[in-house]
Design a protein around this ligand. Structure first.
Ligand code: XMP
Ligand code: MG
Length: 185
């Protein structure tokens, strides 16, 4: 992967390396948007944004889409600090009408795939017409679970390191960074 340049001075104590810079992010989002158009331009898909991590990606992606779509927001929490807890808590689906909708799950990062599997099961159970995933990051990891759904759209694949920025946090900090950086433990 292309490096994102120097770590800005003010983040040198918390970020060891810039993995993906903001220019690369913007370029990749416009490519994804063109790809999504080919499949979804007439389907009025429902983007289900998995908060909090994907808020920045979803905002940029949604603004770059040139076809009608709707947005719904849920939370799914599986991490505590830098460790996966092994269980997923999903909230916010109470008022969502998913039946016969073409759902696009908008994720920040797929790591073990546990969250994604849980979301697919939940949306399939709610009668979605189709379910695909658009994830900002995919972590290349040996911890990936078996039978995780295919991630149809991925902005970037990253090595197995804990990353922060562009929506991703460590204990609620560093989400605001406009780039993706490796967290300095
Ligand atoms: P699973 O393992 O279920 O994980 O695929 C998905 C969720 O775990 C969080 N996650 C991270 N968050 N930096 C983060 O800030 C990371 O490197 C990281 N890896 C996993 C994230 O919430 C994701 O949706
Ligand atoms: Mg997430």
């Amino acid at each position: 992967m292309q490096s994102g340049g120097e770590v800005p001075m003010e983040w040198r104590y918390t970020v060891s390396e810039v993995l993906i810079g903001s220019n690369n992010i913007a370029k990749r989002i416009s490519e994804l948007s063109a790809q999504l158009y080919l499949h979804y331009s007439t389907l009025n898909p429902l983007l289900i944004v998995v908060l909090k991590g994907s808020f920045m990606f979803a905002a940029d992606l949604s603004r770059s889409l040139t076809f009608p779509h709707q947005l719904e927001f849920i939370t799914a929490k599986s991490y505590s600090g830098t460790e996966s807890t092994g269980t997923v808590q999903i909230q916010g689906l109470e008022n969502a009408q998913l039946s016969d909708r073409h759902v696009i799950i908008v994720e920040d990062i797929v790591d073990t795939g546990l969250t994604l599997s849980r979301l697919y099961d939940t949306f399939a159970g709610a009668g979605a017409a189709s379910i695909k995933c658009c994830s900002f990051l995919e972590k290349v990891t040996v911890r990936r679970k078996d039978s995780v759904p295919i991630i149809d759209y991925i902005a970037f694949r990253i090595p197995d390191k804990f990353v922060v920025g562009y929506g991703l946090d460590c204990d609620q900090k560093l989400r605001h960074l406009p780039f993706v950086g490796v967290f300095k433990k």
